[in-house]
Design a protein around this ligand. Structure first.
Ligand code: KIV
Length: 259
């Protein structure tokens, strides 16, 4: 199994779709590693694992613990750490936090949300040797709503300019979240780095989904999610059967007993 590198990810643009998923635990990392190019330890873990209302609440220490678990059980995929809210307010804070993250988790890159406003941070980090993935369109850390982006001229221009700006400042790829199809297509054609879409159409260079969403473990499913499983149902059935077995003294059976 050959380790994915940033160079290999860049080389996939206009050739092969880049496959990405989020992961927050050992078990999921082991599976995703077999199939995905990139594993993102997303700050979405605050919402999907801890039931927080927004991604703003998750702390860097908690993210580091999850990223260590993921990275320790990933051999091939590129592991990206999503820098949480307020951990990159200026280039010095960003560098201090990102280098701590890289040192403690041994991840391959970090991800930052934002466009023109964070160009100096991206340049600073990449100059210091920290690979950065960008994220434009809907920005969960700072957005007041989760509506699709790019439906009017002002929004379209801002997102396009942001994508161009971060592409030119050194990101090796960028997430395009929840943007209308034709804008995603235009950005993908005009920027030199791969675009990774989530709710941003098939025209992106790659796709990412939040693992709990695609496995059917979430409470709410935006239109862009395809559910590949209904784990909630499967888990509920298993829990129900276990409780039934215990009540009927069918579990543990002879097979589960030490004699
Ligand atoms: O936190 C996350 O999971 C993300 C993805 C939605 C791209 O940023």
């Amino acid at each position: 199994m050959q380790k994915l590198t940033i160079k290999k990810i860049l080389n996939k643009k206009n050739k092969t779709p880049i496959t990405c998923l989020t992961a927050y635990s050992k078990a999921i990392a082991q599976i995703a590693d077999k199939y995905c190019d990139i594993i993102l330890v997303g700050d979405s873990l605050g919402m999907v694992l801890y039931g927080m209302k927004t991604t703003k609440e998750i702390k860097i220490g908690t993210m580091i613990l999850h990223c260590k678990a993921v990275k320790n059980f990933t051999k091939k995929s590129l592991v990206v750490f999503d820098m949480p809210y307020k951990t990159y307010e200026n280039k010095f804070i960003a560098y201090k936090n990102a280098s701590k993250v890289m040192k403690l988790t041994k991840c391959d890159a970090i991800k930052l949300e934002g466009g023109k406003k964070i160009v100096n941070i991206i340049k600073y980090l990449t100059k210091k040797g920290i690979p950065v993935m960008g994220h434009v369109g809907l920005l969960p850390q700072t957005s007041s709503n989760f509506k699709v982006r790019g439906k009017n001229f002002v929004q379209r221009k801002k997102i396009f300019d942001d994508a161009k700006a971060i592409s030119n400042s050194g990101v090796f790829a960028m997430v395009l979240e929840c943007v209308v199809e034709d804008l995603a297509k235009k950005i993908t054609h005009k920027v030199s780095v791969p675009t990774i879409g989530i709710g941003a159409s098939k025209y992106c260079d790659g796709q990412i989904l939040v693992i709990d969403d695609m496995l059917g473990l979430s409470d709410y499913y935006p239109r862009f999610v395809k559910q590949y499983s209904n784990l909630k149902k499967i888990i509920e059935k298993s829990v129900k059967n276990y409780v039934k077995d215990v009540k009927l003294r069918k579990f543990p059976s002879n097979k589960n007993v030490y004699k």
